[in-house]
Write a protein that binds this ligand. Structure first.
Ligand SMILES: [Zn+2]
Length: 94
């Protein structure tokens, strides 16, 4: 799990992620043979993610596999709040 971001590189721009930068992190949710596999189980700058041309596709893929009981997701939400793109999806659950 890419939970420690210091020294990690952004999977989109390949630059180091600085501690103070806003990030988006993903659990491993794609199989290795998927074209977007390298972006799962990775961290990205939020800015890179927002401008990424695969963003919508990636979110769609993630939503089809999302498990709100996933400890990784629960932890991410506890630490960072619910990501913008996810808010519309989960406000009705629980
Ligand atoms: Zn980046």
């Amino acid at each position: 799990m890419a939970l420690i971001f210091q020294g990690c590189t952004c999977s989109i721009c390949d630059r180091i992620i600085e501690e103070e930068q806003e990030i988006v992190a993903w659990p491993a949710f794609l199989n290795e043979d998927h074209t977007l596999w390298k972006y799962s189980d990775s961290a990205m700058h939020k800015r890179c993610f927002d401008q990424w041309n695969k963003k919508d596709e990636f979110i769609r893929l993630y939503k089809t596999r999302i498990d709100l009981n996933d400890p990784y997701l629960v932890e991410m939400i506890e630490k960072q709040g619910i990501p913008e793109w996810l808010k519309n999806e989960i406000h009705t659950s629980k």
